[in-house]
Design a protein around this ligand. Structure first.
Ligand SMILES: C[S@@+](CC[C@H](N)C(=O)[O-])C[C@H]1O[C@@H](n2cnc3c(N)ncnc32)[C@H](O)[C@@H]1O
Length: 239
């Protein structure tokens, strides 16, 4: 089989009312993934290019499905070291997750946390310089992911950076090894490998972009088994 078989089994991350410490451990595992396997760096590298070509300050960034808002927090630290003004609107639907995000972003006034559904973002058309969406498309079916991508494109004035794990054997085996050998959280051991099986292949990411009519989108393959869908500001390819 070329790819791990597709799964539609539910993830613990989408459930409500789980034991708080165990659930916090699952969120910590997601943050660790971003830290260790390039999730944060991927976003910051792309933002460098947006910041260079988008005139006017502050840079308005929307992060859709933000989880514990570690990427918005990293963006604020990155911006502060560059003397760049940013406003990050960080959205998620899960109330328990937003509670953790509030705690972790206390003291970062640049981050505004809002409970919102990715299918109906409470934002005007073309209201954000950059819309981000990381590690989240796999929470949706193909048709749902198309709807989310259309919402992202609607809100993005400058462009967007969407990325998620590829449904590939290296990603699957990596998630198994990471969660079983390096982590101890029972929920992460379930959700890590399952996230890969819920996700999309390289060809399917292309099909998603076409189905969502994403004009001018570039699809890149990140070396750590992620697909990245980027639309650069003003149609520039950012290279
Ligand atoms: C794996 S986390 C990704 C978190 C973060 N973007 C990152 O890179 O670490 C997926 C997030 O999607 C959120 N989510 C799932 N369905 C959603 C929806 N319909 N609207 C908004 N957020 C949603 C979940 O609550 C969860 O926080």
């Amino acid at each position: 089989m070329r790819h791990p078989p597709k799964s539609q089994a539910p993830e613990f991350l989408d459930m409500r009312g789980l034991e708080p410490r165990e659930f916090a451990g699952l969120l910590a595992a997601v943050r660790r993934t971003n830290r260790w396997y390039g999730g944060r760096t991927l976003v910051l590298r792309h933002l460098e290019r947006f910041a260079a070509v988008i005139p006017g300050r502050p840079l308005v960034i929307v992060d859709v499905a933000t989880a514990s808002a570690d990427i918005p927090a990293a963006i604020v630290r990155w911006a502060r070291t560059r003397g760049l003004a940013v406003r990050v609107v960080a959205l998620d639907l899960h109330p328990d997750i937003l509670r953790v995000a509030r705690r972790l972003t206390a003291g970062l006034p640049e981050v505004l946390l809002v409970r919102a559904d990715a299918f109906a973002l409470p934002l005007a058309d073309r209201s954000a310089d950059v819309v981000l969406n990381a590690l989240a498309l796999h929470h949706f079916s193909f048709d749902e992911a198309v709807r989310v991508l259309r919402e992202i494109a609607r809100v993005a004035r400058g462009g967007f950076v969407v990325n998620d794990v590829l449904r590939s054997w290296p990603a699957y085996l990596g998630a198994l090894a990471d969660t079983w050998l390096l982590g101890r959280n029972r929920l992460a051991r379930h959700d890590g490998p399952l996230s890969v099986r819920r996700s999309f292949t390289w060809e399917e990411f292309g099909a998603l972009a076409r189905a969502a009519d994403l004009d001018g989108v570039e699809i890149r393959r990140h070396r750590l088994q992620r697909a990245v869908l980027v639309r650069w500001p003003d149609g520039r390819d950012g290279r």
